[in-house]
Design a protein around this ligand. Sequence first.
Ligand code: SF4
Length: 301
Amino acid sequence: MSRRRDPYMGIMKARDSLDIKRKAVELSRRWHDIWKRISERPSLNPSQQRFLKQYEFAPLIATICDELIPAGVAWGFPEWLYNRLGSFELQDLIRVDYRRELEQYLEERLRNLDEDTRREYLESVPRKIEDALRYFKRRKKTPVTMFENRKYPAPEVYFMLRVIPGIGPKKASMITRDFAYRSLGLVESNAWFDQIKERNPEFDVTHHHLIITPIDVHVVMVFSRLFGLKRANWRKLQGNPLLVQDVIVFSKLAFPDLPAKLDDILWNVGRDWCDNDNPLCQECLLRDICDAGQQFLQGRQ
Ligand code: SF4
């Protein structure tokens, strides 16, 4: 049986280490430009933001909902659900049929979602929410009371989150990174962090340099293209251990104090310009340092 060649194999071997370092330096220089773009984007409406800060299970449920569908839709689900239930207490939340409610929610808010994605979403997300709620019921805790009134090193927060059903490595890294951003004052609010802090004033996240950058399909694609791999099955490449290790070490080279900042750049470049089929290299913020981008611009598909 013939085995297909790993498309990432050899990508780094074709590099000079100084070129890798140059790209890392350039990315760290451009983080502020990207961050400014992110900060200027409209986020949730004030009513949704207030709601998420008011109820202990709201940020967790929104986080679990935040896959496969636009983030703005996912984060609006808790308030929508509250308006139907009239409560957001665990004893009421745990009785909800999440498949039925999410089906209804998608019908109202995302009617044009393609059938395959809708099916995939409804097959996994409702079960994850139900498992997560049962997890907290068994432990007699909430996503807020699970934290004590003290400082936590980032890796401890990661694993406290990682064991919750519905929270995989990517989401655990993202939440830990977002807690760190709130702790550093890079964002004005974070509904989950702020609820913990209000209850436990000493709560904080330390050791930010140990937070691993979240790795998703945008990160994999833009990182690979930066180093010259133009096309691949990016979803499949997400599980490639060579690439994952390279992304992790590269993030430490570019952002030694907070390596997870690499995700802000790669994810947002992926979202705004680096389309799989039609990358908008001419407009992309990384076009002068992106090897695949240079080739696309010269018409080499
Ligand atoms: S220059 Fe083109 S290929 Fe490179 S990251 Fe930007 S959009 Fe993607």
